[in-house]
Design a protein around this ligand. Structure first.
Ligand SMILES: Nc1ncnc2c1ncn2[C@@H]1O[C@H](COP(=O)(O)OP(=O)(O)OP(=O)(O)O)[C@@H](O)[C@H]1O
Length: 583
């Protein structure tokens, strides 16, 4: 069997303590089966031969009641403690996985489907209950009780001990064979569950695209196939579970039958007394019980082991994000007017990617400076933001904020001074106000200014309860452009020293975009602002432009200088304006 207490996922002292108590209670309850069988056999052997009379069994009866009561208490305690142990471990595992997810950052987390994370953090960890509360705390009892019974049998009657000892290896062998097949099947089932959850969430999210591209039927077919995989593997696991139950039940019956026949023959021939025969017969089923229980729990417990492996893998995944190099990190002294940010020969590669997304990129931005990053799709523009936020660690070169390398910087303190408008801004099923302030306090004048600057005011005026309208996804849904304005307003309310924008106006019509830029550019110029843009009007209004191509910085300078130089930027502007004219 694979599950041994050394695979114990207990990490804290409290968990170990609960586990030891649970195992101890279940071991004691298991061992008490010996006195229980003894007292019972005493009662029966004294009461039935009439010559002893009923009274002769009274003390044995009191003993039996005491033992049964003690066993019941111990079993209840073992159950309670085991459940407590399971909930302690599950709670810690969930916390560790969530903390690790945060430490790994968005670059690594996106390598798995969102649904897969959901499965791990909910059903996966919950599914460990059978392993943590059922399997592990009973492991000690499962090993010790048969040994104790075997020892007792050897003391009382060698032949019974021999039968008991000889049958177990066959039973264990059969269980191991079935168990190995079950291990494969349960692992496949766990992978099928991960795929099913991942796919399902992807389909829900991508329903629009799938419908328009006529792929919804095809995706439904894929989902059906994945669901069918899950059903098939589950049935396989269940078949194996039934098979192993059948094997153990049959084997137990035959073995107990053997013991009974050998005892009966000797009892009849007068070679054994009734009491000894009875106690051995009572103990025989208890001898096989832990092995049968272990076999029955194996399949449920295997899911727990699969989850334990995922948990370990996640905790051991090397983070692509910046990891602080020493315990003492520097809290940056960032003024409201911005920070000096410097990229020195930065080369960065995504995990698993062969080509670097950024190659030897160097630039410097200061306070009260608006810098635009332009370049073709896939040039590495968003990667600059990911590197600056510490989500992707450069393979060479360094990034400095106020002269401090990122890996020596208190990243949380730095990020607290950063405002971000992401490509696909996040929003939550909550009131618009909470989506803007994250539940924090905010004055009405401040709110009005942010709404006006971002252009969200025209949206808010149409909402039934204004800024207090709930974005519930049913009655009120924001369009892509409205979500971008929400993200802008959220950033403005944060009053960041460093503003990072990733295509902040890509979903807006040209007139709204121009009007917004006129309002927002002066605000951006009051701090350090770095804006990734596709449409070039914001780049033309910026102090400087960085032109990226294929991960390399091919040009940088004030837009007018770049236009005069007639290089890559000039070509882009010409193309852009041509498109506008023809549009
Ligand atoms: N998480 C990721 N894992 C692996 N490769 C990635 C990841 N994100 C981006 N890339 C790759 O890195 C390169 C640069 O991507 P990036 O998102 O920085 O481009 P971009 O210039 O912002 O593009 P766009 O204008 O289309 O948003 C691309 O080749 C892209 O395929």
């Amino acid at each position: 069997m694979r599950f041994k207490p050394q695979g114990l996922p207990a990490a804290t002292r409290r968990e170990r303590m609960t586990f030891v108590l649970a195992s101890g209670a279940s071991l004691l309850a298991g061992l008490l089966v010996l006195p229980q069988a003894w007292e019972l056999s005493q009662i029966i052997s004294r009461v039935f031969p009439r010559e002893h009379g009923v009274d002769a069994g009274a003390s044995a009866m009191a003993g039996l009641i005491a033992v049964v009561a003690a066993r019941a208490i111990l079993l209840a305690a073992a159950k309670g403690l085991s459940l407590r142990f399971a909930s302690q471990v599950k709670r810690r595992m969930r916390r560790e996985m969530l903390e690790r997810m945060t430490a790994l950052g968005p670059v690594e987390v996106r390598r798995h489907a969102a649904g897969t994370w959901r499965t791990w953090l909910t059903d996966g960890i919950d599914g460990m209950e059978a392993y943590l509360a059922g399997y592990l705390p009973q492991a000690a009892a499962s090993a010790a009780v048969p040994v104790a019974i075997l020892g007792f049998a050897a003391w009382e009657d060698r032949l019974t001990a021999l039968i008991l000892a000889a049958t177990v290896p066959f039973m264990v062998l059969l269980l191991v064979l079935v168990g190995q097949a079950a291990q494969r099947a349960t692992d496949q089932r766990f992978v099928a569950l991960e795929r099913l959850s991942g796919h399902f969430l992807d389909v829900v999210r991508g329903l629009w695209t799938l419908k328009v591209f006529g792929r919804s039927r095809a995706q439904a077919d894929i989902l059906e196939r994945v669901a069918d995989d899950y059903r098939r593997t589950t049935m396989q696991v269940l078949r194996l579970a039934f098979l192993s139950s059948l094997v153990t039940e049959l084997f137990t019956m035959v073995s107990i039958g053997l013991v009974a026949v050998s005892l009966g023959i000797r009892l009849l021939s007068g070679h054994m007394d009734f009491g000894t025969a009875l106690v051995l017969l009572l103990l025989a089923p208890e001898y096989y019980l832990p092995i049968r229980t272990a076999g029955a729990q194996y399949h449920a417990a295997r899911d727990g082991v699969a989850m334990l492996e995922r948990h370990r893998e996640v905790l051991e995944t090397a983070s692509p994000a910046v990891v602080p190099q020493s315990a003492r990190v520097v809290v940056p002294d960032i003024q409201p007017s911005g920070a000096v940010i410097e990229f020195r020969h930065v080369t960065a590669r995504y995990p698993g990617a062969e080509v670097p997304a950024l190659q030897d990129v160097s630039f410097r931005i200061g306070p009260r400076e608006l810098v635009a990053i332009v370049g073709p799709s896939g040039a590495g523009k968003s990667t600059i933001l990911a590197v600056l936020l510490g989500f992707l660690r450069p393979v060479s070169g360094e990034v400095l904020v106020e002269g401090v390398p990122l890996d020596q910087l208190d990243l949380d303190a730095f990020r607290a001074r950063v405002g971000l408008v992401a490509q696909d801004p996040a929003w939550f099923h909550a009131a618009l106000r909470d989506n803007l302030t994250w539940g924090g306090a905010c004055g009405e004048a401040e709110m009005r200014e942010a709404l006006q600057l971002s252009g969200l005011d025209s949206v808010v005026s149409r909402l039934p309860a204004g800024v207090d309208t709930a974005l519930d996804g049913e009655r009120v849904q924001l369009s892509g452009g409205e979500r971008q304005r929400l993200a802008l307003a959220r950033m403005i309310l944060r009053r960041p020293a460093v503003a990072l924008l990733d295509e902040p106006t890509s979903s807006l019509d040209l007139a709204t975009e121009r009007a917004l830029e006129e309002r927002i550019v002066p605000w951006l110029r009051q701090r350090t602002s770095l804006a990734v843009v596709h449409r070039l009007s914001l780049a033309l209004a910026a102090d400087r432009v960085l032109v990226l191509d294929g991960g390399r910085l091919v040009e940088q300078g004030p837009p007018d200088d770049l236009l005069q130089a007639r290089g890559a930027f000039h070509a882009m502007v010409r193309r852009d304006h041509g498109e506008e004219v023809s549009a």
